[in-house]
Design a protein around this ligand. Structure first.
Ligand code: DAH
Length: 342
């Protein structure tokens, strides 16, 4: 009996000192002391050998011993789980911080803003219109009746639900919408996305961006158009940029012209970019055709006006010497990051 008590004491000491380093050790402890063939069970098995008068106190000792082992098991288990949780949530202050990536404005947005800023200094205000247009605003009102050959130059996408609807081929449609409102004079600049049914290549895409300008008042002349565009080119490309106008044709302007600037790469000497001419085309322009004014219920005897339209990507390509139009819509961050929002 005494020997048994000594054994229990020795086990109690061991239990008190027990500190498992992992789950495996803890499970070993459970099996050894609390398992069906464990130490606690085997001591209870000795009960039958204890004389009647000693049964009560031996039973008490065994219960305390069992409680000790159970409590140790629970506390050791809690301690193990605690460390596990702590280590998974631990913050390592020495780790380098997550990099915070700063975005940049898209080059089309950068250039669009530069263009609209320049014209707003001359009193032009921004006007916008829908990308899905009707035939009237995109073609007919602009002096391009159905079957007019000029429509072939701007093949677009038609909306199958209604063949009258098209994805606009130019922002000139916004001119019409503003003129129809009948508030004169008009001095607007219209940036926006346009669509053409083109095979995608380095020089053409099924969508791109334009800025259209329109000025209508009494006595507006071609000289006003030239001065406005001179101002724009000097602001956009620098004081020393050369400018020339070439006669051209657009159904909605008469006379019409295309404007070239001296090549920014070779300064006019001739290189691959300007195809050795020294000049690159940047926009179309002209005096608004009287038919267009009349289509929009503006008295063409009293009012005259000029209009112009340019591609934003084209200006950006010249300014930043980008060779492939597709880069603007590929979303390659290495390309996009090179332009600041300034
Ligand atoms: N809408 C023409 C185009 O997309 C560009 C243009 C030319 C606009 C002459 C004009 C203009 O307003 O007068 O090719």
């Amino acid at each position: 009996m005494e020997g048994t008590l000594k054994q229990i004491q020795a086990y109690a000491k061991e239990i008190n000192a027990f500190l498992p380093k992992d789950e495996q050790e803890l499970e070993g402890f459970r099996i050894r002391f609390l398992g069906t063939k464990g130490v606690v069970k085997s001591f209870f098995g000795e009960m039958k050998n204890v004389p009647a008068e000693g049964k009560k106190s031996f039973g008490q000792t065994l219960n305390d011993f069992k409680k000790l082992a159970e409590e140790k098991y629970e506390s050791a288990k809690a301690a193990l789980n605690g460390t596990k949780e702590e280590s998974s949530h631990a913050i390592d202050l020495t780790l380098p911080a997550e990099p915070h990536r700063l975005g940049a404005h898209h080059p089309v947005s950068v250039v669009r803003k530069q263009i609209t800023d320049i014209f707003s200094h001359l009193g032009f205000v921004i006007a916008e219109g829908p990308e899905i247009e009707d035939d009237w605003h995109n073609f007919t009102a602009l002096n391009m009746p159905p079957d007019h050959p000029a429509r072939d130059m701007q093949d677009t996408f038609y909306i199958s639900r209604n063949p009258e609807w098209v994805l606009r081929t130019h922002t000139s449609s916004v001119q019409v919408r503003v003129m129809e409102q009948g508030k004169l004079p008009i001095r607007i600049i219209c940036p926006g996305r346009v669509f053409r049914n083109e095979t995608i290549s380095a020089r053409a895409h099924c969508f791109f961006h334009q800025v259209e300008g329109l000025y209508i008042d009494e006595d507006v002349s071609f000289a006003d158009l030239k001065q406005t565009l001179y101002f724009f080119v000097k602001e956009m490309f620098g004081e020393n940029t050369g400018i020339r106008f070439r006669p051209s044709f657009f159904p909605f302007t008469e006379p019409s012209a295309e404007m070239d600037i001296s090549c920014l790469i070779c300064g006019g000497k001739g290189c691959a970019v300007c195809k050795h001419t020294g000049w690159v085309e940047i926009l179309g322009c002209g005096m608004v055709h009287p038919n267009v004014l009349e289509n929009c219920r503006i008295d063409s005897k009293k009012y005259t006006g000029f209009a112009f339209g340019m591609g934003i990507e084209r200006i950006a390509m010249l300014k930043y010497q980008i060779k492939d139009l597709r880069l603007f819509s590929e979303n390659d961050i290495r390309f996009l990051e090179q332009f600041t929002g300034a």
